[in-house]
Design a protein around this ligand. Structure first.
Ligand code: AMP
Length: 190
């Protein structure tokens, strides 16, 4: 199994690239943000809980997020591997993911960060907000809070994976196709 964590702040392009990469390598794509949004759409108890945090640009609590992720993985173990988009976002989540991989006799092959300047992130998210219908993309103060949550709670995961020698960074600026090319070159070399 090849299990890839796509990493980077909101607006780095994780979702866009995950969609391309999953087809190239036949991986199962899990976007925790998408799973939460589906739950919100279907008005489930999980969706109602998550919405309170997402609307403020805050992270949903770890216990809830980890349980949801576990379910998504366990239901799709027949795949070639996973591409995780938006998970893990905290150290507890990273530890839980390692345990889950271990239980299934596999590992995270790589964390790949899409490196993008903050100004690019904000302009991409504001632009996306015009068409995505996402309330957390439509207000610049919520966008800034999401980026700040990333620097406070998530960016330290770089060290977590560096210590395991499984952290890689690529330039996430420029055209979508160019970024996919860099990403595939890296994945092929793993
Ligand atoms: P995303 O679609 O990845 O930008 O996520 C949108 C929102 O969903 C985030 O701002 C969080 O509120 C929530 N979310 C998504 N993934 C996670 C996660 N791994 N941990 C906590 N909250 C998450």
């Amino acid at each position: 199994m090849k299990n890839i964590v796509l990493f980077g702040p909101p607006g780095a392009g994780k979702g866009t690239q995950a969609e391309i990469i999953k087809n190239s390598y036949n991986l199962f794509h899990i976007s925790t943000g998408d799973v939460f949004r589906n739950n919100i759409k279907n008005n489930t108890p999980l969706g109602i809980l998550a919405k309170g945090y997402m609307d403020k640009g805050e992270l949903v609590p770890d216990d809830v997020t980890i349980e949801m992720l576990n379910n998504e993985v366990v239901c799709n173990l027949d795949s070639n591997g996973f591409i995780f988009d938006g998970f893990p976002r905290t150290t507890s989540q990273a530890i839980a993911l390692d345990k889950l991989m271990d239980l299934n006799n596999t590992i995270i092959s790589a964390m790949i960060a899409l490196e993008v300047e903050d100004e690019t992130l904000i302009s991409r998210l504001v632009k996306r907000g015009k068409t995505s219908g996402r309330s957390d993309d439509s207000d610049e103060s919520i966008i800034k809070n999401r980026i700040s949550e990333y620097y406070k709670k998530t960016s330290i995961l770089k060290e977590y994976y560096q210590q395991k020698d499984r952290y890689y960074g690529i330039n996430g600026e420029g055209q979508v196709n160019d970024i996919s090319f860099r990403l595939k070159e890296l994945i092929d070399s793993l």
